[in-house]
Design a protein around this ligand. Structure first.
Ligand SMILES: O=P(O)(O)OC[C@H]1O[C@@H](O)[C@H](O)[C@@H](O)[C@@H]1O
Length: 241
């Protein structure tokens, strides 16, 4: 493989759990308020199971739609600049983003040392590198982690919006990154921690899909499209001469 395409949150940086926490607070506040209003019982968002199945890896608004659909709830789309208290897809998405930015500020952003070592080794070996994230906060997170300069191409939530790319699990963002690096999908490897992300790798017929298991879901990653699963990219460097 002469081209490597890396997801960001959970693969390169310790930010997947920050996203999950922001989503949980957003959905729980909404579901609690809605249940009280409708006289129903409150069933909280499961920060592991619901997050992995419906939210992780997908663009922000898709995460809102997909999870609420699983609960039989359909909200109006609203407008991109809906205030956070508005009961709409974009209102909830904006609520989550405000929480995420606060949590990132409070907790800070760090990269996984093993992943950084792997990306550096790839660079030193002349391998082409892109970061491919659904997040519209991708550039800021890369900068905060101090790893922005390791990547030649960035496809993120803003790029996807601008170019009309479908979100993961569709392969569009990974295909766009491969194209930008002049690589055929079959000659590129995808590195992903999200079920929707490995599914995107499989859907795009990439040469190799590496699942990164930070959450004890190795079997699920394989079932969704990972050819191999590692706990950290540093493992791929072990045993090198
Ligand atoms: O809300 P953002 O920063 O644009 O990110 C969109 C999605 O980006 C993905 O990387 C995360 O796995 C999701 O949890 C997140 O919702």
């Amino acid at each position: 493989m002469r081209t490597c395409l890396f997801d960001l949150d959970g693969v390169l940086t310790r930010t997947a759990t920050v996203h999950a926490a922001a989503w949980k607070e957003t959905f729980d506040d909404y579901l609690r308020e809605r249940a009280a209003r409708l006289g129903e019982s409150f069933r909280p968002f499961d920060g592991v199971r619901d997050y992995d199945a419906y939210v992780d890896g997908r663009p922000r608004a898709d995460g809102v739609r997909t999870f609420l659909a699983a609960r039989g709830i359909a909200l109006p789309e609203g407008a991109a600049d809906d205030p956070p208290e508005r009961e709409s897809v974009h209102g909830l998405a904006n609520r989550k983003n405000a929480l995420l930015l606060r949590l990132l500020r409070e907790r800070g952003v760090t990269a996984y040392e093993g992943s950084v070592a792997y990306v550096r080794a790839a660079r030193d070996a002349g391998v082409r590198r892109a970061v491919v994230s659904s997040s519209a906060n991708c550039q800021e997170v890369l900068a905060a982690a101090g790893i922005e300069e390791l990547f030649e191409v960035r496809i993120d939530g803003h790029t996807a919006e601008r170019d009309g790319l479908r979100g993961k699990p569709a392969p569009d963002s990974y295909l766009a990154a491969a194209r930008a690096l002049g690589a055929a999908p079959g000659d590129a490897a995808v590195f992903e921690d999200a079920l929707a992300g490995v599914a995107a790798g499989r859907a795009g017929a990439f040469g190799y899909v590496v699942g990164v298991d930070r959450a004890g879901q190795a079997d699920e990653l394989r079932a969704h499209g990972a050819d191999a699963v590692v706990g950290d990219l540093g493992e791929l460097l072990e045993g090198r001469t």
